[in-house]
Design a protein around this ligand. Structure first.
Ligand code: SF4
Length: 218
């Protein structure tokens, strides 16, 4: 791992924690999210860690969330659920299913809590659609991407060095975690997010690309 990347990440996190008392983390429990939570807590983060339970997650994902909650007790782990679940929506209209079961719960939460900034674990390497990602995306809330320059090898190196337990399916090729009907293991040489929304012609659920948290593009 480049030491300069590591130091930059820690500086972003320290500044964010100092400047945003209402700072929150959103995570899908991928390796980057796991590293982000560990690093943020190590720098003093004690805010909300927000996860959207669409009702279609692998059981391993739910048990991993419970494990993280028990490991990082200084943070406040929150599970969001769809208010009006679109049952079996992935069979009928996957985009609407994501919108109703995943994006809307987060939008509602952001509208209710109005955080000034949110941290997330997106990296440039994870998908071609993210290769221009920067450390900060202005808006309300500001989106901070402290790991934007980290590569998979950096994340794995950190996880090994700091004895992090990863999502149980990561070692089976699930490099990016999503719902069980729409997520497959990644083959060698494929993008990290190649296993997401297989056969649907997309790699994003809409949280970061299509939705609009209060007064800004998300
Ligand atoms: S990833 Fe699939 S199951 Fe999950 S919310 Fe989106 S369409 Fe529905």
């Amino acid at each position: 791992m480049l030491e300069s990347n590591f130091q930059e990440t820690k500086e972003i996190l320290r500044s964010a924690i100092k400047d945003h008392i209402d700072l929150k983390i959103t995570t899908g429990l991928n390796i980057a999210g796991t590293v982000l939570i560990d690093l943020a807590v190590s720098q003093g983060f004690d805010g909300d860690v927000v996860f959207v339970d669409t009702n279609y997650h692998f059981s391993e994902t739910l048990s991993f969330f419970a494990y993280l909650k028990s490991r990082y007790q200084s943070a406040n782990f929150i599970t969001l659920k769809p208010k009006a679940p679109f049952e079996d929506g992935y069979l009928i209209d996957p985009v609407a299913c994501c919108s109703q079961n995943k994006v809307e719960p987060l939008e509602d939460f952001l509208a209710a809590t109005m955080p000034s900034a949110i941290l997330n674990g997106r990296t440039r390497e994870s998908a071609s659609t993210r290769n221009t990602l920067g450390a900060l995306e202005d808006g309300n809330p500001i989106r901070l991407n402290p790991l934007y320059r980290w590569e998979r090898k950096d994340l794995e190196s950190y996880a090994k060095s700091y004895d992090l337990r990863l999502h149980p399916l990561y070692s089976q090729g699930y490099l990016s975690m999503g719902c069980w009907p729409c997520t497959a293991a990644v083959k060698a040489g494929e993008d990290i997010r190649a296993g997401r929304f297989v056969g649907q012609g997309r790699t994003e659920c809409g949280i970061w690309t299509k939705t609009k948290p209060p007064a800004q593009e998300a």
